[in-house]
Design a protein around this ligand. Structure first.
Ligand SMILES: *Cc1c(COP(=O)(O)O)cnc(C)c1O
Length: 236
């Protein structure tokens, strides 16, 4: 974010963070959501804290805050009711959802601590399995492990990502692949035709998420890791 900020400042550009899944995460000791001019968080059901659906904008800029409040509520003008000087949206959150959200915020530190603990347990048990790459945490970062993602190297592990996911599924363990890069999405095919992004494509082919909920128990992590270790051992 620091290099991005410097670049943006040089050219007079605002920085808007996609902090959708990063509740509680830190960059150089500062919380995400406070690193740019504004940020968007998601409270979708699978995020670390949730209101079922919805999200929030964070900003330290009074002007942006006022505009966001107004746009969210049909852009009603202040001088006259039912009077619109620009186009707004119905992006309001209900009071009931907000009450759930406030109760969730009270539990955030506990959820994040559980996820960080679970990630360490996964790392410890998966270390040394050939062909499996576990997530690292940079010295300047606090990772909240919204998802615990690993990479599978077919040569080293003995089977590819999709085959391993099938073994896990056969053992009752649900997983998800990494996101698919934008240039591979049918809706953007024409826009990106002929362009290659090898890092994104490689992650898309080899990456997937293991069960990551804050409520995950130690014996469940053990079970997942045992299945992963045994799946490649059984090949030989
Ligand atoms: C979840 C997520 C979104 C979408 O959030 P919604 O609340 O569904 O709009 C966007 N970006 C990232 C990085 C996400 O994790």
């Amino acid at each position: 974010m620091d290099p991005l900020r410097a670049l943006a400042d040089k050219h007079g550009i605002l920085v808007i963070e996609d902090a959708a899944e990063s509740h509680g995460a830190e960059y150089r000791g500062r919380r995400t959501g406070g690193l740019g001019d504004a940020a968007g968080f998601s409270f979708y059901a699978n995020k670390i804290i949730t209101t079922g659906e919805g999200g929030m904008v964070t900003t330290n800029n009074r002007e942006i805050a006022r505009l966001a409040w107004n746009l969210r509520d049909h852009a009603f003008s202040h001088e006259r009711h039912f009077w619109h000087k620009y186009i707004g949206f119905n992006y309001r959150m209900t009071n009931l959802q907000a009450a759930v959200g406030l109760a969730q915020v009270e539990q955030l530190d506990g959820f994040v601590a559980a996820r960080r603990r679970n990630a360490l347990e996964y790392n410890r048990r998966l270390a040394g399995i050939p062909g499996i790459t576990t997530p690292r945490e940079a010295s300047w970062a606090k990772n909240v492990y919204w998802m615990y993602g690993i990479l599978v190297d077919e040569q080293g592990y003995g089977m590819n990502r999709d085959a391993l996911r099938q073994v896990l599924a056969d053992n009752g363990i649900e997983t998800r692949t990494f996101f698919i890069p934008m240039h591979c999405q049918p809706v953007y095919f024409d826009q990106f035709r002929g362009e290659r992004y090898p890092v994104a494509e490689d992650l898309c082919r080899r990456g997937f998420y293991l069960p990551s909920a804050s409520s995950l128990q130690l014996d469940e992590i053990e079970y997942v890791c045992d299945v992963i270790r045994e799946a490649c051992t059984n090949l030989g």
